[in-house]
Design a binder for this molecule. Sequence first.
Ligand SMILES: *[C@@H]1O[C@H](CO)[C@@H](O)[C@H](O)[C@H]1NC(C)=O
Ligand SMILES: *[C@@H]1O[C@H](CO)[C@@H](O)[C@H](O)[C@H]1NC(C)=O
Ligand SMILES: *[C@@H]1O[C@H](CO)[C@@H](O)[C@H](O)[C@H]1NC(C)=O
Ligand SMILES: *[C@@H]1O[C@H](CO)[C@@H](O)[C@H](O)[C@H]1NC(C)=O
Ligand SMILES: *[C@@H]1O[C@H](CO)[C@@H](O)[C@H](O)[C@H]1NC(C)=O
Ligand SMILES: *[C@@H]1O[C@H](CO)[C@@H](O)[C@H](O)[C@H]1NC(C)=O
Ligand SMILES: *[C@@H]1O[C@H](CO)[C@@H](O)[C@H](O)[C@H]1NC(C)=O
Length: 564
Amino acid sequence: MRYSRLRLRFSILFSLTTLILFFLLALHTLLWSTAELEPPEQALIRHKPPSDMPFWSAFHQPNVYDLQATDSNKLTNRSSSITRQRINELFELVRNARNNQVGSSNLKKDSDHNRKWSFGKFAGQKPQTGSNDTNTHTDTADSVGVQGAKSNIQSKFTATEKVTSEHDKIQLRYFILDALLKWKKQHMNDTTISLGDVMHDSLAQDEPERLNTTWFQYIKTITNFRVYDPNSSELKNVFKHLQHGAISEANEMSQGTQIKILLGLPNGLQGLLKPYRVPRNYQTQPDHFYFSDIERHHAEIAAFHVDKVLGFNRVPPLIGRFFNITSDIREKATAELAKTFFISPANNTCFRGHCSYYCDTSHAVCGKPGDFLEGSVQVLLPRPPEINWQKITHPYRRSYSAIKQVEWESNENFCYEHVMIDEDYHNRLLLDMMDLSAFDFLIGNLDRHHMMRINSLGTNTGLVHLDNGRSFGRYDSDDLSILTPIRQCCFFRYATFMRLYKIYHQGFSKLVADSLNAGEDLQTILVEEHLEALDRRLEILFAHLDTCMKKYEVTGVMINDGIY
Ligand SMILES: *[C@@H]1O[C@H](CO)[C@@H](O)[C@H](O)[C@H]1NC(C)=O
Ligand SMILES: *[C@@H]1O[C@H](CO)[C@@H](O)[C@H](O)[C@H]1NC(C)=O
Ligand SMILES: *[C@@H]1O[C@H](CO)[C@@H](O)[C@H](O)[C@H]1NC(C)=O
Ligand SMILES: *[C@@H]1O[C@H](CO)[C@@H](O)[C@H](O)[C@H]1NC(C)=O
Ligand SMILES: *[C@@H]1O[C@H](CO)[C@@H](O)[C@H](O)[C@H]1NC(C)=O
Ligand SMILES: *[C@@H]1O[C@H](CO)[C@@H](O)[C@H](O)[C@H]1NC(C)=O
Ligand SMILES: *[C@@H]1O[C@H](CO)[C@@H](O)[C@H](O)[C@H]1NC(C)=O
């Protein structure tokens, strides 16, 4: 009797517990699913630092709230197709080839070099391609109209061409090696030209007061070889102003597809602000094309440091900065920009601006929290009519269309038929383009539609690596198509290879991380996954160069054109 009562009590207790458990589970599921339905903006707010954090103390806060905003998904396949030992071997091969390659190289003795082959005759059979695009340039900082240039590409590639023979390809390669050697001899005594010298006389005449500014001190350090001197006090002064200088005016930059603000800074400087848009570990949406990808301030910052570590020094000085969106931007804004400010439901100050992508209320730039905004600020280089720029349509430009392909994507002879044959590339530009391809691959930039250089600095002038806001879009994949120029042309600059090797040995990602830590107030510009991707991509680059050298010999690929 007592026993059965106990059993009854026990089973009641058991059912009660089960019921409660079930109820709790249902409640949890319900809460969970509503949490998922929250709009993303609110989801972010939960990760923001305490809103009573004073503006200045936020300086030293890592952006941890960023890192929780999106999931990271680690690349599991880390296998690389090239070993450390092979990379060391490549270095020895390239170094030895260089030591043997005194003067006009031993290539001429090669049996497959047909001296009767004529470039003029070969080129005569081909339609003129010409990549001259000498429209003077009006936008030193960003994408120009995507539409106009697209039709340009299409008209260029309508002519169907006969397939270039293997024999012609080999002879064309010899021709290019010769042409670059000639170019090197002509230019080996070129003196360094400073932009300060180029601009001095007209400034002295028209605006002498500008000569006595931090801006002009910096302009004097820009040369045909680099856009800043990495160790100079002038660079430090520029950074100081970009990072802390009082802002006198904030104006929208009219060119370009996404929001950019032109800042008036002290001492004659102007800065180009790209504001925070997405968290550091945001990955480009798989369904987004490169041309609708949102620009990222941290990508601009990281690209500057990568370019510096690689020894190019071809990204104009750029640094991260904290803004009070109200006092630094709203109160200094032109009327046109000021009109687009509003307060969001979360009580943050926001602005929309005017541009073709992401300039609506649902994609506004907002202080987070309140007035607090971070961004990248790049020094604005002089523009026409003060100096002339050359804007060269990149032969390996993408289609900027969701449905069209461009010729280089399917024609493996594209480099022979459109680049090597073009006289505009029978000089340093060919290897400058390879440098740029390597740089873009490392940072994952698919958006290189034009190559820019300062014409006022003469013909022996390098490219300026402008506009990298769409790099570092994904860390879990490597877009090999960015290496197509290197893969198809199989030419590379000797000095760049040597630097890459040195960097590989010192640890690429470590050098980049150290550079970021030494120069930046903003924290965690590159998340660990992006840093790992840099190391991985450098190995992939070596693997591509290895393939080229196996195919065309070391001396047929690595070229010393006298540029360092
Ligand atoms: C990993 O990478 C190697 C070499 O790139 C490739 O052959 C292999 O199929 C990859 N494995 C997976 C699971 O993706
Ligand atoms: C490109 O420009 C150079 C120098 O300005 C000129 O000699 C050459 O003919 C041009 N090429 C084409 C295809 O227009
Ligand atoms: C460059 O300088 C060297 C040594 O001064 C001289 O031998 C050579 O002819 C010069 N080359 C040119 C193209 O002026
Ligand atoms: C340049 O500016 C400094 C202070 O800003 C001034 O002392 C100096 O006289 C100026 N020099 C000239 C040549 O104007
Ligand atoms: C700049 O300084 C670093 C270290 O102080 C040095 O290794 C490097 O060679 C210098 N670069 C230039 C261009 O002088
Ligand atoms: C930003 O500037 C505005 C206007 O000067 C000021 O009221 C506000 O307190 C500042 N915000 C912070 C976080 O300092
Ligand atoms: C925004 O500020 C208003 C007025 O100060 C306040 O009533 C409201 O609760 C705030 N909203 C949020 C989401 O903090």
